[in-house]
Design a protein around this ligand. Structure first.
Ligand code: HAM
Length: 425
């Protein structure tokens, strides 16, 4: 036997039994986001590496350590997308969408990060995300968060989720705050982990969300951005909080919430769960009012978020998703002249009438085929054997109560049509 090739570490197949769940989540997201006016944008899976370095930040962990970067045959440095926002901003600029504000888009698809795989963390993972370009005020932030939380409720993943918010300030107030934080952290240097010591000068805010116990204690005592906002940022954040209160959307202000991507300003938020251990963020996002201009476009405020599908799948209530089952299983006795052809034709006619039909394609005795019909969970079995071939009839068996009737092919289509599975996936 030859050795079989396995998938790359941190990369998984989504098998048919599971993909039903994925489809359900995706369909629910499409439905909910459409209610808010979002339409789908599909961007390429790979882009010039420079796009991510400029948008996400050349010194961010994602760009420094986690990107799948390669030179193509022409020598250009390309990267598999580690997230969606950079590509959406590029597309916004390339297609001059500033003429059509507000621009609301969503995307669904795989992202790639070279991270240490664990429960809820893969190297190829999937995000559903939304980006809104145009509005600057907190009304947009509140609407977006209401949409995210509404999606979780509709999808059935809302149990034990909390919405955490923070403000990261703007170019006015973040600089002075950063200096203040640096002065404080310099005095606590020996309590910080090696990683934080290393990145302190470049990105001191990341110390605030370091999970190491020593850093955690320092972060608690550190000056917080929320207490150092300029008046405009402070009013923006207060506006958001009052809109969320009006919507009766519970939230917690988490002064230690800082994001791992460099483009954020003002509002940052995460939706967390206590059910997934360390990988507790199910969705995350925030404002990035400066990014479009930074990337060469006409200055446009924007806000967005993305949620991790793998994590949502783990949180989905048991029994939420119905596995599709055939309406009819067609049994044909292969040793009877013409039965297989008659079955093939009948199956097509039933499908044309809208039914989900599985036909036995691999021969076998009546007993074997009836066993397969049972396993398929079809509601009805249509049987064509010797007797049926003689008078062009078909036996219909109701699998729930065992009742059988002999009908003509035309009657079979009419009779079974009334039992078409009405459930939506
Ligand atoms: P992010 O926090 O890097 O933000 O990722 C968003 C979500 O994607 C996370 O909360 C998590 O659910 C999921 N996720 C991230 N990495 C992994 C992984 N390795 N395995 C499984 N799930 C993962 C962004 O990507 C931003 N682009 C979000 C955004 C959009 N901000 C504004 N607009």
């Amino acid at each position: 036997m030859k050795t079989a090739i396995k998938t790359v570490r941190g990369v998984h197949d989504i098998l048919p039994d599971d993909s039903t769940t994925w489809q359900y989540l995706e369909a629910t997201a499409r439905r909910v986001f459409a209610q808010y006016g979002y339409r789908e944008l599909r961007t390429p899976l790979f882009e010039k590496s420079e796009l991510f370095a400029r948008a996400v930040g050349a010194t961010s962990d994602i760009v420094e350590k986690e990107m799948y970067t390669f030179a193509d045959r022409g020598g250009d440095s390309l990267s598999l997308r580690p997230e969606g926002t950079a590509s959406v901003v590029r597309s916004f600029i390339n297609n001059s969408m500033h003429r059509l504000l507000p621009w609301r888009v969503f995307y669904i698809g795989p992202m790639f990060r070279y991270e240490r795989p664990q429960k809820g963390r893969q190297r190829q993972f999937h995000q559903i995300g939304c980006e809104l370009f145009g509005p600057e005020g907190p009304l947009a932030d509140a609407e977006l968060m209401a949409m995210v939380m509404g999606f979780f409720r509709t999808a059935g993943v809302a149990g034990n989720l909390s919405l955490e918010i923070n403000s990261l300030g703007c170019s006015e107030c973040r600089g002075p705050y950063r200096e203040k934080l640096l002065v404080f952290l310099n005095k606590k240097m020996e309590s910080l982990c090696e990683n934080c010591q290393g990145r302190m000068e470049r990105n001191p805010l990341r110390v605030l969300d370091c999970k190491k116990p020593g850093c955690g204690e320092v972060a608690q005592q550190a000056p917080h951005m929320g207490d150092n906002l300029c008046t405009v940022c402070d009013e923006h954040f207060s506006g958001l909080k009052s809109h969320l209160t009006l919507l009766q959307q519970p939230f917690q202000v988490n002064p230690l919430l800082v994001r791992g991507l460099d483009y954020y300003n003002r509002t940052a938020f995460e939706v967390t769960t206590d059910a997934l251990g360390a990988q507790n963020a199910v969705a995350a996002g925030g404002r990035y009012d400066g990014l479009v201009a930074e990337m060469g476009g006409q200055s446009t405020p924007a806000i967005g978020f993305a949620m991790g599908l793998e994590r949502l799948v783990l949180l989905l209530e048991q029994g939420r998703v119905v596995q599709p089952e055939p309406t009819v299983y067609v049994v044909v006795l292969g040793d009877v002249q013409g039965a297989e052809s008659a079955g093939l034709l009948l199956a097509e006619q039933l499908r044309a009438a809208g039914m989900v039909v599985e036909m036995n394609l691999t021969g076998g005795s009546m007993k074997t085929q009836m066993k397969r019909a049972g396993r398929s969970k079809a509601k009805f079995t249509a049987i064509i054997g010797g007797r049926e071939m003689l008078d062009s009839s078909v036996v219909i068996k109701n699998m729930a109560n065992g009742e059988q009737s002999t009908v003509t092919t035309a009657e079979a289509v009419v009779h079974l049509s009334s039992h078409i599975d009405q459930r939506k996936g």
